[in-house]
Each structure stands twice: as C-alpha cells, then as structure tokens.
Design a protein around this ligand. Structure first.
Ligand SMILES: [Fe+2]
Length: 207
C-alpha cells in the first residue's frame, strides 16, 4: 500500500519531528560526536533527495530517516560507542545491532508513517552488492531512502575526523567512494551525488 503524502503542517508529522529532535538531543548527551554527524547527514540527505527529485512527502520521510538513522546507538554500551580504535569482532556484533534498535524505537512512536521511516533506518548499512547488514539486501531491494542515507553517511564519516582516522580531503573521500560503486554504493545514486556535492556548501575542504 502506498504511504499517504504527509503535509508538513500535519500534527502527527510535527509530533514525530519533535520526538526525533528530542531523541537526537538525548543521544547527543551520551555521544556528542554522533549528534553532530547526524545533523550533517540530515543536510546532505536533503540535498541529494532534492537533486534526485523525490517528492515532498518522500523528502519528509527521508529527513526523519536521516535524523533517526543512528538513534539505535543509544542502546550501544559506552565502552564500544566511545572506543578510540577499530572494533574487535565481538564489538562489531554489538555495534551492528544499532539499526535494529533504531527500528524498534521508531516503531514505538506508533505514527502512521513509522514503518517507512523504521524501514529506512533498519537498512541504512546494507550494501549494493548484498554484503551489508542486517539483512544482506542487494540493489533496488534496499529501500531508496536507505540507499540515500547510506551514501551521505559514508561521505560524512570519511570526511570527518574520528578517533582512529584523520579527516580526509574531499577528493580523497570521492576516490574511495568511486572505488566502492557497485559494491557498497548504488551506481546511479553515486552519479547524482557526485554532481550534487561539487556545488554543495556541505562539500568538505580540499587541502
Ligand atoms: Fe549507522
């Protein structure tokens, strides 16, 4: 069944926006890094979503999905969330739960469009070739909103400084992403992103 259009002034949409904002602040209290990353992902997702001409109701759902995408990290223990080094195998197992925790949180809101937002969040770490998680979906079986969030999430994650890697220059990030087209990234979306990011204020520094 088609998801009905969501007017921006509809009380239920505004309520969900407020809940999303509140939960983002809660997550930010535990992990300021994730919150700032999340704000950038929201902006990048909105730009890519507009560039590929999603309609206004899809853009609203995308915005909620982007805002909520890592909310499940609220359920990941501090020793893993704040670890200043790459994860061990057992820590990855825990970290890989965050899309599923996020899905449960969003479904608990019980709004009519919760399922679509929850679905976007559940699948934001799937890879185009089926090698991602949690379900190993491939190609267009991965919801479009998840593919958009995944792409911009990757750009921002590589462009920013993390405890275990330095911030990369824009061209270095793009080189890595181009090498991952077809494995990690949707080729068509990557083409759209490449065109969009060159003119975007969200493009990171080059030197
Ligand atoms: Fe994530």
């Amino acid at each position: 069944m088609e998801t009905p259009a969501i007017p921006a002034d509809r009380p239920e949409y505004l309520a969900m926006e407020n809940i999303a904002r509140t939960l983002t602040v809660a997550l930010g209290e535990r992990d300021p890094h994730t919150r700032h990353h999340c704000e950038r992902v929201i902006r990048l997702a909105a730009e890519l979503g507009s560039h590929i001409r999603l309609d206004s109701s899809e853009l609203k759902l995308l915005s909620l999905g982007a805002r909520f995408h890592d909310i499940g990290k609220i359920g990941v223990p501090d020793r893993i969330l704040g670890k200043p080094a790459p994860y061990e195998a057992d820590e990855w197992i825990v970290m890989k739960q965050h899309p599923l925790i996020g899905e449960r949180i969003i479904m608990a809101i019980g709004a009519s469009h919760s399922p679509k937002v929850a679905q976007a969040v559940r699948h934001h770490h799937e890879n185009y070739d089926g090698s991602g998680y949690p379900d190993g979906l491939a190609g267009e079986a991965i919801p479009l909103l998840s593919r958009v969030i995944s792409l911009v999430d990757n750009y921002d994650a590589m462009a920013e400084q993390r405890p275990y890697h330095k911030a990369r220059r824009h061209s270095d990030v793009m080189d890595v992403m181009h090498r991952e087209v077809g494995t990690k990234h949707d080729p068509e979306l990557m083409r759209a992103f490449s065109a969009m990011i060159e003119k975007s204020e969200m493009r990171v520094r080059q030197d």
